[in-house]
Design a protein around this ligand. Structure first.
Ligand code: TXD
Length: 316
C-alpha cells in the first residue's frame, strides 16, 4: 500500500510559525515544511524540532528551508510571515508592510501547492485574507483567516477562570473582525449547555468581553517585545486538524462574505463548518439588531483597510 503523508507548509519561522510547526508535528497529523526569508532560521528551528521527535514519540518529517520548491504539494499552507506588533503599535500600522509580504509569499507558495488550503494568520488579519485571496486566485472556501478561534479561546479561558470551572465545558462564540471590532455573543456562549447570562451578571460578562477584545494588546504590553504565540499556534493547530481530518468542526473563521449576514465582498469572522474542502458551509445565526450593527461596523472597518490597500496599490 502506498503511504499517504499529509504536508503542511508554515510560512514564517517566527514565534507563531515555529510554535505552530511544533504543535502540528507533535500532534502527529502532518509533515511540516517551515520556510522564512531569514537564512538558517527555519533550518535551525526545524532541526531542533526534528531532534525532539524521538522524545515526543512522533514520526513526522520536519524540514526548514528558504526555497519554495521544498514546499511543493502541501495540503495546507499557514501564512504567519510578517511583522509582529510592538507596544503602542496597532494592527493596522502593519497593514501596508504585511500586505506586501503576504502577497509575495502566497504567490510563491501557490505556484508549488495549487490545491492547498491557505490559513492566514498575519495581521491585520481580515485584510490579509483579502490579500491572500487575490494573490492566490483561490476560491474563498480555500483561504481562511485565523482569529475567531483564538478570540473565542481567550473568552473561554476568562469565563472558566471566573466561574472556577473547566474550560472544556465552556463554549464561547465571537463574530466580526479580529481586535477592537470583535463581536462576542454572550447569549450563544454556554457552560455545559447553560447560557452564560444565567451564570454571570451582565456587568461581569461585559468586563470579560472587554478583556477578550483587548486580549492581544494585554500580552503585547507584558511581553514588550513581540506578541502572543502559544494560544495563536494552538488555534492554528485546531484549524489545520479540522481540515486534514475532515472533522467538520464548527469554528469561527475569517472568510469572504458574499451576501451572508447582509455583507458582501468583505472578510469577517463568522461560524463556518471547517473540513477537507476548507469552508464547507457558512452558518448564519439570527442576530439582534445591536449584534448585526456591531458586525456591520466591524466589516466596515475591514472594508476601509482594503480600500487603503487598493489605493496604495494604484499609487504604485
Ligand atoms: O490572531 C491572529 N491572527 C494573530 C496574528 C495572533 C498572533 C500573531 N498575529 C500576527 O502573526 C502578528 O501580528 C504577525 O503579523 C504574524 C506573526 O507573528 P509572530 O509573533 O510569529 O511574528 P515574528 O516572530 O516576528 O515572526 C514573523 C516571521 C519572522 O521570522 C520573519 O523573518 C518572517 O516572518 N518573514 C518572512 N518569512 C517569509 N517571507 C517573507 N517575505 C517574510 N517576511 C518576514
Amino acid at each position: 500500500m502506498p503511504v499517504c503523508r499529509t504536508k503542511v507548509t508554515v510560512i514564517g519561522a517566527g514565534n507563531v510559525g515555529s510554535t505552530a510547526a511544533q504543535r502540528i508535528a507533535e500532534a502527529g497529523i502532518a509533515d511540516v515544511c517551515l520556510i522564512d526569508v531569514v537564512e538558517g532560521l527555519p533550518q535551525g528551528k526545524a532541526l531542533d524540532l526534528a531532534e525532539a521527535a524521538p522524545l515526543q514519540h512522533h514520526d513526522q518529517r520536519i524540514i526548514g528551508t528558504n526555497d519554495y520548491a521544498d514546499t511543493a504539494e502541501s495540503d495546507v499552507v499557514v501564512v504567519t510571515a510578517g511583522l509582529a506588533r510592538q507596544p503602542g503599535m496597532s494592527r493596522d500600522d502593519l497593514l501596508l508592510k504585511n500586505a506586501q509580504i503576504v502577497r509575495s509569499v502566497v504567490t510563491q507558495a501557490v505556484r508549488y501547492s495549487p490545491q492547498s488550503i491557505i490559513v492566514v494568520v498575519t495581521n491585520p488579519l481580515d485584510a490579509m485574507v483579502h490579500v491572500a485571496i487575490e494573490a492566490s486566485a483561490f476560491p474563498r472556501e480555500r483561504v481562511i483567516g485565523m482569529a475567531g478561534v483564538l478570540d473565542s479561546a481567550r473568552f473561554r479561558s476568562f469565563i472558566a477562570q471566573d466561574l472556577g470551572v473547566s474550560s472544556s465545558d465552556v463554549s464561547a462564540f465571537v463574530l466580526g473582525g479580529h481586535g477592537d471590532t470583535m463581536v462576542p455573543l454572550p447569549r450563544y456562549s454556554t457552560v455545559a449547555g447553560i447560557p452564560l447570562p444565567e451564570l454571570m451578571k451582565p456587568e461581569r460578562i461585559e468586563e470579560l468581553v472587554q478583556r477578550t477584545r483587548n486580549g492581544g494588546a494585554e500580552i503585547v504590553a507584558l511581553l514588550k517585545t513581540g506578541s502572543a504565540y502559544y494560544a495563536p499556534a494552538s488555534s492554528v493547530l485546531h484549524m489545520v486538524d479540522a481540515i486534514l481530518q475532515d472533522r467538520r468542526r464548527v469554528l469561527p473563521c475569517a472568510v469572504l462574505l458574499q451576501g451572508e449576514y447582509g455583507i458582501d465582498g468583505v472578510v469577517a469572522g463568522v461560524p463556518v463548518v471547517l473540513g477537507a474542502g476548507g469552508v464547507e458551509r457558512i452558518i448564519e445565526v439570527a442576530l439582534t439588531k445591536q449584534e448585526k450593527e456591531a458586525l456591520v461596523t466591524s466589516a466596515g472597518s475591514v472594508r476601509g483597510l482594503v480600500e487603503t490597500l487598493s489605493k496604495a496599490g494604484s499609487e504604485g
